[in-house]
Design a protein around this ligand. Structure first.
Ligand code: C2O
Length: 491
């Protein structure tokens, strides 16, 4: 079911809704009287972006003043991502709407707890980028309505650029008459003082990350959108870094660092405008960076509310590019081009999930670092020597009891006998990790992989390398994160 324009709805009345004279999303988008032309989403640090932030602050204040059951309210939009974890969807729907049925209640039932990419498993993750593009687009239109400013565009926070990694000052001004609505007190220490995220204590030190930047753009070098096991795709890599890294560095388990809280912070939307910009930049960089072309991906639909509180059914294929949606970015990003990752086979119809390896190990993480010996697949030495295949360290089925609130550095060393030659190979976070008690009902757990070919090439491959995962600070005591499967695989 799509939305009605107001005209159709008034003209047809309730009977019209029931018999389904419905507008498709493209028809809805073509409301030339409401939203003509292409708008630019600006850098939040630019003069234009700063102007937009004033409108944003007014829109957020008005959304916060709107009754919570209204689809145009702040809480309704936050809950669309995920409901406050101190309660749950059922209880909140009961509390707010009671027993009677209503259009808003039906919309809440359809929309809340629907974020894709998180608390979900391998196949679902493929909609991380389009679902969040939809979410941001409809939110932006709600801000236009709430601030009575039809030209508004959501600014992006350009944190992948060093020096621009403090959250915009407009979001740090408690009690400010203009910007106060954008302030949240429970962000991580230093964040509301304007400390650059890469200068905060949780950021891995250089020796923990081999100069690999968890807030950088390595994901743009991955040429395949979907996972091609054992290589995780662009979409999954963006989800992990910089996306998840920003969440954990900005907020704790009661704020940006936790999925159910994240969208309650106004900085969430500036973060996701930038995530969307990274996706647009990936497509614009070309060279084979193509979105999936199959119907399974393209036909997937999600429910949202528009700027009049009406239901829209949005289809993935309408969200694969920004211009037809009426916006573009002030500036796109360029792939670092250090090591373009091209996997041996093109994108397939399905995401290729990782088949559990017999050598797979489980790694439970405590308050300090934890290690496990993991055997390399037979013949690794030959494939590396031949240069024909890459070797990946696969980390699958990440689970938590609660958000640990820190990042983790991943190290490899050649054998148990010596810590000599221990090397950092990557950085990890558990932002997207589902709770341990969530049943996957036969689905394959999501995985994330790190290309370790060059590191392993220096190893004596007859010995099982040691994989060590070390927190960048003190994890929350009740987090008990676990990596369900740790193994090496070649492709
Ligand atoms: Cu669905 Cu950044 O979160």
């Amino acid at each position: 079911m799509s939305r009605f324009t107001r005209r159709t709805a008034i003209g047809l009345g309730v009977a019209g809704i029931a018999t389904g004279t419905l507008k498709s999303f493209p028809e809805w988008m073509a409301r030339a009287d409401d939203y003509p032309g292409t708008r630019i989403r600006y850098d939040a640090a630019s003069p234009e972006g700063k102007e937009q932030l004033k409108i944003y602050a007014r829109g957020v204040a008005n959304m916060k003043a709107t009754a919570e059951g209204n689809p145009m309210s702040w809480m309704f939009q936050w809950y669309t991502h995920w409901v406050n974890p101190n309660t749950n969807k059922e209880q909140e729907i009961d509390r707010i709407y009671g027993a009677a049925s209503s259009a808003d209640k039906m919309l809440a039932l359809a929309m809340w707890d629907t974020c894709r990419g998180h608390i979900t498993w391998a196949g679902q993750r493929d909609w991380f980028t389009p679902w969040h593009r939809m979410y941001v687009l409809f939110f932006e239109q709600i801000i236009r309505a709430a601030a009575r400013e039809p030209e508004f565009t959501l600014p992006y926070w350009d944190y992948t650029t060093p020096g621009k990694r403090a959250i915009p000052e407009e979001l740090r001004m408690e009690d400010d008459p203009v910007f106060g609505s954008l302030f949240v007190g429970k962000r991580n220490p230093g964040v509301n003082d304007g400390v650059q995220l890469d200068q905060t204590p949780l950021y891995p030190q250089l020796e923990q990350s081999i100069g690999q930047d968890p807030l950088g753009l390595d994901c743009l070098d991955i040429m395949h959108f979907r996972d091609q096991a054992p290589a995780s795709g662009f979409n999954a890599n963006l989800d992990m870094a910089p996306h998840g890294m920003v969440h954990v560095l900005v907020g704790n388990g009661q704020n940006m660092g936790s999925v159910p809280w994240a969208a309650s912070d106004p900085v969430f939307w500036l973060h996701h405008a930038n995530v969307d910009r990274i996706w647009a930049s990936w497509n614009a960089a070309g060279g084979g960076r193509e979105n999936p072309s199959d119907d399974t991906w393209n036909d997937m639909m999600f429910t949202f509310s528009d700027d009049r509180g009406q239901q829209v059914l949005a289809k993935t294929s309408d969200f694969v590019a920004t211009e037809p949606l009426g916006y573009e970015y002030q500036e796109l990003l360029t792939p670092p081009g250090v090591a373009p990752v091209v996997v041996a086979q093109a994108d397939t119809t399905e995401s290729v999930s990782a088949a559990p390896s017999p050598a797979s190990q489980r790694l439970e993480l405590g308050q300090g670092e934890a290690s496990v010996a993991v055997e390399l697949p037979a013949g690794t030495e030959e494939t590396i020597a031949a240069g024909s295949q890459r070797t990946y360290l696969v980390l699958a089925d990440l689970r938590i009891d609660a958000q640990p609130g820190v990042l983790y550095s991943v190290f490899l060393q050649p054998s148990a006998d010596t810590t000599e030659g221990r090397k950092a190979v990557g950085v990890l976070n558990f932002f997207n990790a589902p709770p341990k008690d969530l049943e996957l009902e036969g689905a394959t757990p999501a995985f994330y992989s790190i290309d370790v070919t060059d590191t392993v090439a220096g190893f004596d491959t007859t010995q099982a390398p040691i994989v060590t995962i070390a927190p960048t600070g003190t994890p929350a005591a009740d987090a008990a994160p676990v990596v369900g499967e740790v193994y090496f695989a070649t492709r």
